[in-house]
Design a protein around this ligand. Structure first.
Ligand code: KMH
Ligand code: ZN
Length: 271
């Protein structure tokens, strides 16, 4: 089996310091969390940024500041900015980090309920996002919260709007979308074509159940504050590094080696 790529979703857009005081807002805090995850074994940092007061933003300048600062501490880490941003942001705002030409960025492949909100990604938007990523040479991580989104992603491929090898992130357990069960993970993975790579993300208390199933199935995993704030029941994680450390332990028990950033570049087909 390939080495395991661990992505750390260190910041997110919806979690706050009230929920866990270690959630990063400032550039300094973002670097602290990225470094803790990288030192623990994360090859990829999935990045959202905030203003210092915690307000989510997709501002290009703020992303550049965060990426440059992370690169000083974690020179070879892969940074995967969000184009999902926060609920309600415009398409133009969400797309700004693409202009920084990151190696890879998220591309959300459909609309779904998101708690009491709606995360809007119409077909026209998805195509527009894919075209912009292609124009800037950015590999999309195809984020799928349910099966229809896999079909949408494959349509993009058929239309030539995304190039192979495809890489998916199967996100399970968002309130209102597909559940974080092994049955649903297996269904999603069986819906993917041959010769793709995939990562699995479990939201909330299911983060490590989904991770364990994905490790066993040969996929890759995502952990981090965006998805889950707890190390175990009622115990807040003190850093993203603590969550990555737990994932590394799990992989060790399951005899799966950990990918360094350059292993991850090879596995994902990044130049
Ligand atoms: N913040 C969520 C509404 C992504 O990064 O592409 C969407 C999200 C997905 O986090
Ligand atoms: Zn995200």
């Amino acid at each position: 089996m390939e080495k395991l790529i661990i992505t750390a979703a260190i910041s997110g857009a919806e979690v706050t310091k009230e929920m866990n005081p270690a959630v990063p807002y400032t550039i300094e805090e973002i670097v602290r969390e990225a470094k803790s995850a990288y030192d623990a074994g994360a090859a990829v940092i999935h990045l959202h940024v905030r203003w210092d007061d915690g307000t989510p933003t997709q501002d290009k300048g703020r992303f550049k500041e965060a990426i440059d600062a992370i690169k000083i501490q974690c020179p070879d880490v892969i940074i995967l900015p969000s184009t999902g941003g926060a609920i309600g942001m415009s398409e133009e705002e969400r797309l700004q980090p693409i202009e920084l030409r990151p190696e890879i960025a998220s591309l959300d492949c459909g609309t779904c309920n998101f708690g009491d909100s709606i995360f809007v990604n119409t077909e026209q938007m998805i195509q527009m996002f894919a075209k912009k990523m292609k124009a800037y040479g950015v590999k999309p991580e195809l984020e799928c919260f349910e099966k229809g989104m896999v079909d949408n992603a494959l349509k993009l491929y058929k239309k030539g709007l995304v190039d192979g090898p495809l890489h998916f992130n199967i996100v399970l357990g968002v309130k209102g979308a597909m559940s974080a069960t092994v049955r649903d993970l297996v269904f999603m993975v069986e819906s993917l074509p041959e010769n793709v790579t995939w990562c699995a993300t479990g939201i909330g208390k299911d983060e490590f159940n989904v991770a364990a199933a994905a490790i066993a199935m040969g996929g890759h995993i995502r952990v981090g504050f965006e998805d889950n704030l707890y190390l175990e029941k009622s115990v807040l994680a003190e850093s993203n590094g603590a969550l990555v450390e737990k994932a590394v332990k799990l992989a060790g028990i399951m005899n799966r080696g950990i990918a360094q950033p350059d292993d991850a570049r090879r596995i994902l087909g990044l130049k």
